[in-house]
Design a protein around this ligand. Structure first.
Ligand code: ATP
Length: 272
């Protein structure tokens, strides 16, 4: 599954019940690659898109939508009935059950609900805690974690069931710079397809196959990081630091300003 991911959205609109304005308006997009970054100002509709894909908007949150979403050619509802989609919300603490005494119990929760054996649970928990560097927190109470640790535990709860698609809503907002760096290097190794909302433009530009740009409920662009950050001309959107540096130094790669550190280094080497 993870090597074959195609998300196709056609004329998708979403309106929360009781509200006049559309939160998403006539969005059509086709994924390219399996790592999609989503950027946009506040209230643009980014979280609404993930909530809709996760099946929350329309079910748990009263909303109506029109248009279609297909994954690998299959209509979203049908795909979701056979596959697991994990959503990591913007507020990680709200993701945790509030019932577990320890991080281990928190991570075991959904696996217990799936009827997994103790051995299966132990090995799944070990896998995610090793990946996310959480082993030393397993005996701690989830209530005593820092914001960044809570975010990592919430990510682990999303991953422990090995989802087929991961939806991440600003997952590093409460992490310190080192935690963020670790998180993005870990994402780089992840084989699961994901849609990731983030303001970390340099990290997105280094990691993602495609960037979707959303503003006022509309999709402005869906293209490679190079194309998006070189062509997007809207003061509501910042540029990656690498792009700004390259522009200042007039360093180009294949006719474009580099958008991440690796490309910037290559452009600088070519110039020497
Ligand atoms: N549960 C809800 N009920 C009603 N309106 C909502 C709900 N959730 C979001 N909205 C509205 O939908 C619009 C899009 O919000 P959304 O949270 O999707 O944007 P966003 O781009 O994720 O913003 P942010 O970056 O601030 O999280 C906003 O006008 C918001 O007020």
């Amino acid at each position: 599954m993870s090597n074959n991911f195609q998300l196709t959205i056609s004329q998708l609109s979403l309106r929360y019940l009781g509200f006049e304005n559309l939160a998403l308006e006539n969005i059509s997009a086709q994924s390219r690659g399996k790592r999609i970054g989503i950027i946009g100002p506040s209230h643009a509709g980014k979280s609404s898109l993930l909530a809709l894909l996760a099946g929350i908007a329309g079910k748990m949150i009263p909303a109506k939508f029109s248009g279609s979403v297909r994954i690998n050619g299959e209509e979203l509802e049908a795909w979701r009935s056979q596959h697991e989609i994990a959503l990591l919300l913007q507020d990680p603490a709200s993701q945790l059950s509030g019932l577990a005494d320890t991080v281990y119990d928190e991570l075991s929760f959904s696996l217990l609900n799936q009827g997994k054996s103790d051995e299966e649970i132990e090995s799944a928990v070990k896998r995610v805690t090793d990946q996310l560097d959480l082993t030393n927190l397993l005996d701690q109470s989830p209530n005593q974690l820092s914001g960044g640790q809570t975010q990592r535990v919430a990510i682990a709860t999303a991953l422990v069931t090995e989802p087929d698609l991961l939806l991440l809503d600003d997952p590093t907002s409460q992490m310190d710079p080192l935690g963020r760096q670790h998180f993005f290097s870990w994402l780089e190794k992840l084989s699961c397809p994901f849609l990731l909302i983030s303001n970390e433009l340099d990290d997105l530009a280094a990691l993602c196959d495609q960037i979707w740009v959303i503003k006022d409920g509309c999709l402005l662009m869906a293209d490679s990081p190079q194309t998006v950050f070189n062509q997007l001309d809207d003061p509501a959107f910042d540029k990656p630091a690498a792009w700004k540096m390259a522009k200042k130094l007039e360093l180009k790669l294949d006719g474009c300003y580099p958008v991440n550190a690796r490309e910037l280094k290559e452009a600088a080497e070519n110039a020497n």
